[in-house]
Design a protein around this ligand. Structure first.
Ligand code: PEP
Ligand code: MG
Length: 583
């Protein structure tokens, strides 16, 4: 039966594919694709893990004392029975053979399927046997983990055409459905085969949504109970423009969305022709279009769309998911070098690490324990709390600046004391490198304006920094007291709130008055419905995901900034700016 689930639209386009539900197990499950020639070995690995659990349980059963409660023996019987169930092992094998899932993934997928069947049982006793199934699965997963700890989530290499057989399901597009995905998980999925994403949680500018957008595949977040309602292997359509997920679509709906998908592809194709067109308005204003990247290899995508530099390299992604082993100076230098060289002489703005809140270093250290992570030890606060770590990063960035044009950007500053400490540490990093005789280059120093307090103390910032970059994602979050990652207040997250617009407009105007460059690098910069307004406010530099650059450029080419000034003024004076936006 067809039904739809509504969430938040975060990455445009249509994806149609079979659902892959992940991370529903209580155990951390590795998801990766194996190569076709590894199928036999993977099934063997699974068999060995299962046998090990059978052995363990049999031993426990034999060792039971005569006075042990009879329920205990009966429970072990149930577990052994589940383990020896032929249908279960055949179904798990099926996932490995047809989808090339690794053993853990195959097992947890099948566990998901059977778990739902248990949930639907009328008999309460039978329904409760689900927990036995979970326990047994977790035991096997535990053994599998011991046997092979590595986690690589990469594409299976394409099989030679002649090897593909009729009915082969390998070529079926897959879409990922999860309760939540950490930004680090999302990055790993970058190299995966998924053609779309759905998550239960997350706001429009949560970091998971931002990474989803950077993958340039259709995604819906904040879809509440999607991971409960969608079953493993269901056909689903993700409408990334409308924020809708259609489950089990009829053939008429499928045909309609298939058409929309092709239209979207054509539109993208058409836009690529603008790649080399200079970004100039009708009245001759040159507008700088920069890219936001998360990893050095994203530089390629930036060049492909004709971005004239990187306006935001979110360096924190190099720090995540490493169980506390933070990258040292050499490793960081290597990554920054790759980004700088990848941009082939164009400038790269490296933002110092911004972890905390919805960008935890790793799951184990997730700061859920903190009362209010978004207001806690995040970004520059975190860096200043650990000067050695910060100095290491600053040295690595300065060294990369010897190889090309590098701008340094500092997130979440609010206090004069933070500015002074940052400047002092930057000086210290230069002295350290001098003492070691290591080459480094000059950097332009920028501050992110993403806390209202900063937007209201611009003189202080303009005195110390060469340029400003407005982080609208956080500026909106902190101005409106809306957690950007919380879908339950997502409807209040309003880029067009008069207070937000006032802070953005003042920052642009103040920077221009002092002859300093101001950029917007939050999601607002890549939102094409905002382009005219930002141009009218006098913005000359936009930084966004590579996937958004060409659409925004198209809008710029059609705009006249002189005419837009009056429009922006009108919007700024309105109590209801959104009512003016479509005119
Ligand atoms: C922002 O806050 O707008 C921004 C660009 O930084 P991030 O999204 O990484 O917090
Ligand atoms: Mg920010």
């Amino acid at each position: 039966m067809t039904f739809s689930i509504h969430g938040l639209a975060v990455a445009r386009g249509i994806a149609i594919g079979r659902a892959v539900l992940v991370a529903s197990s209580r155990v951390d499950v590795a998801h990766y694709f194996i190569q076709p020639d590894q199928v036999g070995a993977e099934i063997d690995r699974l068999r060995k893990a299962r046998n090990a659990v059978v052995e363990e349980l049999t031993r426990l059963q034999n060792e039971l004392n005569a006075d042990a409660p009879p329920e205990l023996g009966a429970l072990l019987d149930v577990h052994l029975m589940l383990l020896e169930d032929e249908t279960l092992s055949l179904s798990v094998k099926h996932w490995i053979e047809t989808r090339l899932y690794n053993a853990e993934w195959a097992l947890s997928s099948q566990m998901e399927v059977i778990g739902r069947q248990f949930d639907e049982m009328e008999d309460a006793y039978l329904r409760e046997r689900k927990s036995d199934l979970e326990q047994v699965t977790e035991r096997v997963l535990h053994f599998l983990k011991g046997g092979n700890a590595h986690v690589v989530r990469t594409k299976p290499q394409a099989r030679p055409q002649q090897e593909l057989q009729l009915g082969d399901t390998l070529d079926v597009p897959l879409v990922l459905v999860a309760h939540d995905l950490s930004p680090a998980d999302m990055l790993q999925f970058k190299q995966s085969v998924f053609t779309g994403f759905v998550t239960d949680v997350g706001g429009k500018t949560s970091h998971t949504a931002i990474v989803a957008r950077s993958l340039d595949i259709p995604a819906v977040v904040g879809a509440r109970s999607a991971s409960q309602l969608i079953r493993q292997d269901d056909w689903i359509i993700i409408d990334g423009d409308a924020g809708v997920v259609i489950v089990d679509p009829s053939s008429i709906i499928l045909a309609e969305y298939g058409f929309k998908q092709r239209q979207g592809d054509l539109e993208r194709e058409r836009l690529t022709r603008l790649r080399h067109t200079p970004s100039v308005t009708l009245d001759g204003q040159k507008i700088e279009l920069l890219a936001n990247i998360e990893m050095p290899e994203d530089a390629n995508a930036a060049l492909l769309v004709g971005a004239v530099g990187v306006g935001l390299f979110r360096s924190e992604f190099l720090f995540m998911g490493r169980q506390g082993n933070l990258p040292d100076e050499e490793e960081q230098f290597e990554q920054y070098r790759r980004a700088v060289e990848g941009m082939k002489g164009l400038p790269v703005t490296i933002r110092t690490v911004d972890v905390g809140a919805d960008k935890p270093l790793d799951e184990a250290r997730h700061d859920a324990a903190h009362l209010n992570p978004a207001l806690g030890l995040r970004a520059i606060r975190w860096s200043l709390a650990d000067p050695e770590m910060f100095l290491t990063q600053l040295r690595a960035i300065l060294r990369a600046a010897a190889l090309g044009k590098v701008n340094l950007l500092v997130p979440m500053l609010a206090h004069a004391s933070e500015i002074h400490q940052t400047l002092a540490l930057l000086k210290q990093a230069q002295l350290d490198l001098d003492a070691r005789g290591v080459a480094y280059g000059p950097v332009q120093l920028g501050a992110m304006i993403e806390i209202p307090a900063a937007a209201m103390s611009l003189k202080l910032f303009l005195k110390h920094f060469d340029y400003l970059s407005i982080g609208t994602n956080d500026l909106i979050q902190y101005t409106l007291a809306i957690d950007r990652a919380d879908e339950s207040v997502a409807h209040l997250y309003d880029p067009l709130h008069p207070a937000v617009l006032r802070l953005v407009a003042d920052t642009i105007a103040e920077g221009a008055a002092q002859g300093k460059s101001v950029s917007v690098c939050g999601e607002m910069a890549g939102d094409v419905s905002m382009t005219r307004l930002l141009l009218g406010m006098g913005l000359k530099s936009f930084s966004m995901h590579p996937s958004q650059v060409l659409q925004v450029k198209q809008q710029i080419l059609r705009s006249d900034t002189e005419k837009l000034k009056a429009f922006a003024q009108q919007v700024l004076e309105s109590d209801d700016p959104s009512s003016l936006m479509n005119n």
